[in-house]
Design a protein around this ligand. Structure first.
Ligand code: ADP
Ligand code: MG
Length: 244
């Protein structure tokens, strides 16, 4: 068990790409720049998050400005919030409060049910106080999406590759209007076990404006090449502990 809080240790941050958005050193600066909703800010406070971690200072501005991102940062450095906060910022208001039926607006793919569940819990904490429609994909929740009135209005789906592909193949879900696609623990998602399913999911997020980002603790060169190939004008960020 690690006693220290890894994100508080000094970090070395490397970024590569064109026109990289400036870092934001505080959540208040992020709120000003990206008009993050007041209740999301309060929920951050409720989580006890007073200042962003290194990957959050760099990654949140990049994603909030709509850029594609391949981010590598060690385990325990707050990668989940680095993509969840920009999703809430970009979606702005819950689909339940809107007239139109945009289908699924954001998708997060994770390699295991356990990890998907943790991401869901984190998303729920940020969502508190507003009627965001966030779906943790399982057999049961996937079945509810057979109802067109349900699948017409989904803010965020969190799923393993297999579950999501099963619903796509059954025709229960369309991803052609997805605005944000996140692959978490991307190195594992590119393992032979998942690679073809992930490729299918990426292909189904066919909106040319769909933002894509991957997060991982490690990203071998071959995997990095694969993810950069599915992106548009991407930015790469690597966070390393200073003493490594
Ligand atoms: P990673 O995905 O990089 O392994 P997580 O997103 O699981 O890291 O976050 C690790 C822990 O740090 C979680 O318990 C999370 O709640 C906490 N955490 C994330 N961001 C912050 C922050 N800005 N301040 C304090 N704790 C944070
Ligand atoms: Mg993680």
């Amino acid at each position: 068990e690690i006693e220290h809080y890894p994100s508080k240790l000094p970090h070395r941050v490397t970024t590569k790409g064109e026109r990289v958005p400036a870092r934001a050193e505080t959540f208040v600066e992020m709120q000003k720049r990206f008009s993050i909703a007041g209740n999301v800010m309060r929920n951050l406070d409720g989580c006890g998050y007073s200042e962003p971690t290194a990957i959050q200072t760099v990654g949140i501005p990049i994603l909030a400005e709509g850029r594609d991102l391949a981010a590598v940062s060690p385990t325990g450095t707050g990668k989940t919030l680095a993509y969840l906060l920009p999703i809430f910022a970009r979606l702005k208001t819950p689909v339940s409060s809107q007239e139109d039926r945009p289908g699924v607006r954001a998708v997060i793919v994770a390699p295991t049910k356990e990890l998907a569940g943790q991401i869901y819990n984190e998303a729920q904490k940020l969502a508190q106080g507003r009627k965001w429609r966030i779906v943790l994909f399982s057999k049961a929740t996937a079945a509810t999406l057979k109802d067109p009135s349900v699948r017409g209005k989904v803010d965020i789906i969190i799923s393993t590759p297999m579950r999501l592909v099963a619903s796509i193949q059954a025709g229960d879900i369309q991803l052609d209007r997805v605005q944000v696609l996140i692959l978490d623990e991307a190195d594992r998602l590119l393992d032979p076990e998942f690679a073809s399913q992930v490729e299918e999911i990426v292909g189904c997020c066919s909106n040319p404006a769909c933002q894509k980002a991957v997060f991982s603790a490690t990203l071998p060169a071959k995997a990095e090449k694969t993810v950069l190939n599915m992106m548009n004008d991407p930015i790469r960020v690597v966070v390393g502990l200073k003493d490594t």
